[in-house]
Design a protein around this ligand. Sequence first.
Ligand SMILES: NC(=O)C1=CN([C@@H]2O[C@H](COP(=O)(O)OP(=O)(O)OC[C@H]3O[C@@H](n4cnc5c(N)ncnc54)[C@H](O)[C@@H]3O)[C@@H](O)[C@H]2O)C=CC1
Ligand SMILES: O=c1[nH]c(=O)c2[nH+]cn([C@@H]3O[C@H](COP(=O)(O)O)[C@@H](O)[C@H]3O)c2[nH]1
Ligand SMILES: [K+]
Length: 563
Amino acid sequence: MIRETLINFLNKKKPRKEKKRETHQTGPVSNLCNSTTFYIKTHRQNPKPSISLSLSLSPSTMDFDKLCIDDGFAADRLFNQGFSYTYDDVIFLPHFIDFPTDAVDLRTNLTRNLSLSLPIVSSPMDTVTESSMAVSMASLGGIGILHYNNTPSEQSSLIRSVKSRRLPFITDLPPSVSPSDQISSADDFGSSPCVLVTAESGRLLGFVARSDWEARSDARDAPAKDLMRPSPPSVTASCDFERTAEFLAREALDFVPTVDDDGVVVDLVTKGDVERVRRHPRLGVPPTVGEDGRFLVGAAVGTREEDKRRLEELVKAGADVVVLDSSQGNSIYQIEMIKHVKRTYPGLDVIGGNVVTAYQAENLIQAGVDGLRVGMGSGSICTTQEVCAVGRGQATAVYKVASIAARSGVPVIADGGIGNSGHIVKALVLGASTVMMGSFLAGSHEAPGVYEFRDGSRVKKYRGMGSLEAMKKGSDARYLGDTSKLKVAQGVVGAVADKGSTLNFIPYTMHAVKQGFQDLGASSLKSAHDLLRSSVLRLEVRSGAAQVEGGVHGLVKYEKKLF
Ligand SMILES: NC(=O)C1=CN([C@@H]2O[C@H](COP(=O)(O)OP(=O)(O)OC[C@H]3O[C@@H](n4cnc5c(N)ncnc54)[C@H](O)[C@@H]3O)[C@@H](O)[C@H]2O)C=CC1
Ligand SMILES: O=c1[nH]c(=O)c2[nH+]cn([C@@H]3O[C@H](COP(=O)(O)O)[C@@H](O)[C@H]3O)c2[nH]1
Ligand SMILES: [K+]
């Protein structure tokens, strides 16, 4: 509150004699609230003057001069000195806390029109985002972007899979039979508690519970219609997880199918599923769902002619937002594609990128993007800066692009280089509205692929989309169709340790992010961005030794656990 009042005050009322003062002019500005007095100091600075602020709750007990120490740099000054900084290079100075951690609100916008409860996005990479990851991200309040290293119909069926689920994980639907079919073996149930009995249209007619089938001696020879419970209780697909769980408890059911408007089963929620979901820590924020109760999902596409046909399929399948996936988004191809998307699907938000400079960003904004993805060579698997000598330190890139994008109200995604909760805080406070993560989510249960053991550790494969292996798998068309027929990798193939479920570690991570916001005195993303742009937020560059000091040091052995 105090900071917001202060920022508003500053925006409205700059000290009149600011330019004439040399430096160290201090004095009380106003008693803005009962216990707080603010002091303002102006100082000459190249190229333009700025204002730094100090505040104290009980100024009478403090030395007047100490309140006015010029401490740290404003972002504007720090990022204009010709250095390319990344997250680890910079550190925020703490500010003032007047609210609890839980009061921090991380609601944000992915694009102009799409809002999220949490600022997290999974990267469109074939070892990060398929339907399981997208469902998990949306259930947490973020969003997943499905990769496109596959055929258009494969990518569309991933969208359909996300849209057809209500649980934050993908389980196999129960097997279904027609009314005249027999269930001749217990194996026909698979791991499901029932077999669905459906009409030819797919409409649910009833189900045969495993317990009923086991209790009947003639079950193997009877048609399913004689064994089924007709008109079984079901919930509509627009019913969210909590309401479905309540229904199960109220009706004392072990499981309940969810059906769409045509009566076709889209999911089956069991008591076990409810317990599993409830075992995960909860942040208490709404999932990312549309008006129809379905999870929202994004999809990546390229900028080639054939990508227009892919886009058509993705839109039909229900994609809620598209990401034009390129390492250097400021191209004639991307500008053409942005215009095509806006012309053909005016209701569909399009994210452009990747960009790292204000010039690149402005070009894509002029072309009509609804969101910008920022990062070139900053990803854990990226070799672009080594191979092409082009890119930018991620902290500088996020600050520069976000500063220009904010003028047009275009939200920014800080993509790549996220290795811990502190990096997320830095990305968001430097102006991003969301963070996109690859390696941070790879290795989780929800990432595609299977676990394997390497040197005694359980790991999952994680690879760059510009690695030779990924290019060979699906994107030959992208590369071999190019005028140059030689393939040069801009990414590597590696592995990431098993991290467990995103449903478990993301809530803890986001709580840590809230603690960072609290230390800065920012109760929301908007408040953080206001602090940044009003220069109240102060930063410094950390020397190499300061970075070492900021980490764990001087121990022979230790275990690092976040929760
Ligand atoms: N964020 C980053 O730092 C990087 C990301 N990547 C990832 O690797 C993957 C591949 O990235 P890129 O190679 O940049 O993909 P891209 O599809 O943008 O570009 C591949 C090549 O095709 C050309 N191209 C694109 N559209 C064209 C058209 N309509 N006509 C003719 N030529 C056209 C491009 O100029 C480029 O030479 C993406 O998933 C990207 O996210 C790769 C390198 C760096
Ligand atoms: O130079 C690159 N070569 C690649 O092969 C590659 N594949 C992905 N990406 C980008 O890296 C981001 C993920 O980075 P993190 O693992 O650090 O989260 C992703 O979100 C992408 O922006 C690549 N960059
Ligand atoms: K890198």
